[in-house]
Structure formats: structure tokens, C-alpha cells
Design a protein around this ligand. Sequence first.
Ligand code: CMP
Length: 140
Amino acid sequence: MEQTLAILKPDCVRRGLIGEVIRRIEAAGFRIRAMKMVHLTKKEAEGFYAVHRGRPFFEELTTFMSSGPCVPMVLEKENAVADFRALIGATDPAEAAEGTIRREFAESKGQNIVHGSDSVENARIEIHFFFPSIELVDRR
Ligand code: CMP
């Protein structure tokens, strides 16, 4: 079964939206296989988003992602990577489809509530960034 990494970002936590976003994730058929709350340091955020180093938004992104606790989770479902990206909508909430999580809750491209891996390969890398194998639930 395919897995993806989701992060409920610091704006989601700060605005009290953890429950509502998880409700939508579960209602869409995803099973939560791992989950925790962590407050990333700036260096850890830079490590997670290393592929974006050099982009104009890198400083803003890593400052924001280390500004408060976030909730990384491993989600499982058939076609999890693509289906999760469809559930959350486009990076920019103004461009996100009606009914998507970002369209409903996100305030900007930067503060956009939730992250989802963009490929199966990146999902594997991102899952291991946050979760050692002992924290990954494998019971049905
Ligand atoms: P995410 O899915 O976490 O992956 C990279 C993040 O960079 C993305 O969500 C956005 O929050 C952020 N991002 C992408 N483009 C911009 C931008 N133009 N300005 C600010 N943040 C951006």
C-alpha cells in the first residue's frame, strides 16, 4: 500500500485546526500510520526543505516552518501521494480547487496549512526524515 508524508504546518497548529484537518484526511480514506508533534529548529527545517535551497522563498519557508510546533504524519492509502495532493489542493490557496483543505483554510502560498510529498520516492525520504522505523505502525 502506498504511503505519503503529511505535515500539519505551524499555522494549522496555531489556529486550532489539527482536529478538523485530520477529520478530513480520515474521511478521505487515509489511514494514519505514524504521527507526532515536533518543533523543528531552523537547521532541521532547512534540512527537510534542502531541495528548495537557493529559491527566493527558502528563508521565509524555513523561518515559518521553525516558528512553532508542527504535526508530521505518515498516511497510507492506494495512490496516497497523488490522492493526498488532490485533497490538499494547489500550493497557492487562490489557485486551489473548491473543497480542498488549502482552499478552505490556507492564508497564503507560504502559510498553507499542510505539506504533502510530491512523489513516492520523496515520500520515502521524507518519512525517514521524521520517523525511525520503530515509530512506523505496521498493523492492520
Ligand atoms: P510545501 O508543500 O510544504 O513545499 C514547499 C513549500 O514552499 C510549499 O509547500 C509552500 O508553502 C512554499 N512555497 C512555495 N512557493 C512559495 C512562494 N512563492 N512563496 C512562499 N512560499 C512558497
